[in-house]
Design a protein around this ligand. Sequence first.
Ligand code: GLU
Length: 303
Amino acid sequence: MALTQAMLQSIHDEVFRQDDWGKPAQYIPELATIPPDQFAISVCLADGHCLKAGVADKPFSIQSVSKVFSLAATLGRVGGQLWTRVGREPSGTAFDSVVLLEKEQGRPRNPFVNAGAIVTTDALLSGREPKQALAETLGLVRAMAETDQIYINSKVAASEKATGARNRALAHYLQSHGNLTNDPDLTLGTYFHQCAIEMTTTQLAMAGRSLAGLENAPKVIARAHARRINALMMTCGHYDGSGEFAFQVGLPGKSGVGGGILVIAPGVASIAIWSPGLNHYGNSHAGTRAAAMLSDMTGWSVF
Ligand code: GLU
């Protein structure tokens, strides 16, 4: 069914009828105190229109949604070589888990768990300064969203660096298995800054158009890469909540601990949702509900 403004508004209103908003990410001090009862949704359609409801022009920390963009940039740079270092299977473990790395000799299950994203960023960084790799990722995001008004919040990056013991552990573990080519601090610095990109839901929905393969999207990602990225978003985009997201929503999606979710309806729409309170998987609580409502209303599930 065609999406209308009234449908988006009804999703917004339904979200505000709930009492439980979840809790913002507590391990990144800059994000921990954000009031959870906030919501935004933006949808860019194949006809070129974008609809929105809630605080759709408020920038938020995209965190792991950035892994989609760094993966696209890395595939553009090194192509299929990346898969010699990272797998393509769901992990069934939390985003920052170290368990499988130990069992699988330092080869992360997929590019969306932290360990896999750190390897992906490491591949993008190779032979260059962190600021060049960051400029490539940020440049791609800006080109996809068709705006230069997207920035990295260095306070958020510093805040994560200060408390990032787990990611440091992952990077050093990867290094011990020969699966990190740069100094762990350089790779992690690049990774923390990439996660600290801030976007509004409207900018994020605009950026997702290339993944959705919409006619009006800038042609900055190869279609073959977009198809693979969407497949990984479907199977791995919500960590150990990926099966539940596929069950409830039936669309490729990538979450971040900042409370953002990018959802792709291939050929139909690019959707961005934000609400900073998280569920126990570390995915947006209200955002996941809203994505399910949208999918039910429109019938956009790929199944
Ligand atoms: N920067 C976050 C971390 O590495 C990203 C996690 C996420 O958004 O899921 O812990």
